[in-house]
Design a protein around this ligand. Sequence first.
Ligand SMILES: [Zn+2]
Length: 320
Amino acid sequence: MEQYLVGVDVGGTNMRMGIVTPDGRILKKIQYPTDMSRGGLAMMEGLVSRIQDFVRKGTRGVRSEIRVGIGVAGPIDMRRGVLIAPPNLPDLHGFPLREFLQEKISLSTAIENDANAFTLGEGWKGAARGCLHYCGITLGTGVGGGIVVAGNILHGAEGLGGEVGHMALNPEGPLCGCGGRGCLEVYASGSGIRRMILEAIEKSDGKGIVHKSKEGLRKITSEEVFEAAQKGDETALKVFNEMGSYLGLGLVNLVNLFNPEKIVIGGKVSRAWNFFIEKAKEVVWQRAMKGQREKVEIVQADCGDDAGILGAAYAALKLE
Ligand SMILES: [Zn+2]
């Protein structure tokens, strides 16, 4: 009997799903906008019927073993399969996702945090392929990450481990959404970049980008800061440099703690790679311990939007 995996990436903006072979080929995929208008539960119910429909069409009724893996943003209590304060689905705090899916879909189902799914996807088919010890970091609206030790994703006691974005780097730093201060996320995320550019403009040590209208400034996005950097805007370049130095500190901690072969960095903010990575690598070289820093490779992700689908499918593949 053939085996198929269905990898699902539940995003705040888009839902993506793919039918994946046990050797990691995506046979078919779909994507549709996330509809949160009727709340999280209705969204999940909609997702279930999409999955059922997708499986039916994708396997054309051929007898096969199908497993489903789902990557969701936010912490998951992996022991109980319960969502903890998901950032995009606030009304699903405490939602027993695993039980819900098993009941509705009646297929073996794995759930995983989305940043862990990204990390697993990159390890299976992407930039960390073949590595047994590696870390993944996603630079998006927030900063997520995953840590793989001896081939296994690190979950910790409740499944809440590997929160790379909430490494505390600066005790006096800006407040973070997690309640802490100076976490990696407040410097290396899209919202962190937005905060830093607004602060830099406030201090008005900027040219170019500073001439935007007041209204325009309030709406400024990290993409616009990236575009400004590409045009050589000094303030934007400074912001990416600062972001790179904090990201570098985060990498130092990962390198010293986990001695990874690779650290894979993805997410939409990583498109500004050339503007922050040299600084980050310089910090790693200055501060990480000698043995570890000489071994680690810091690389860009290469599965693009498919990493989440692949990683969720991989989690399903590895179900006991
Ligand atoms: Zn935090």
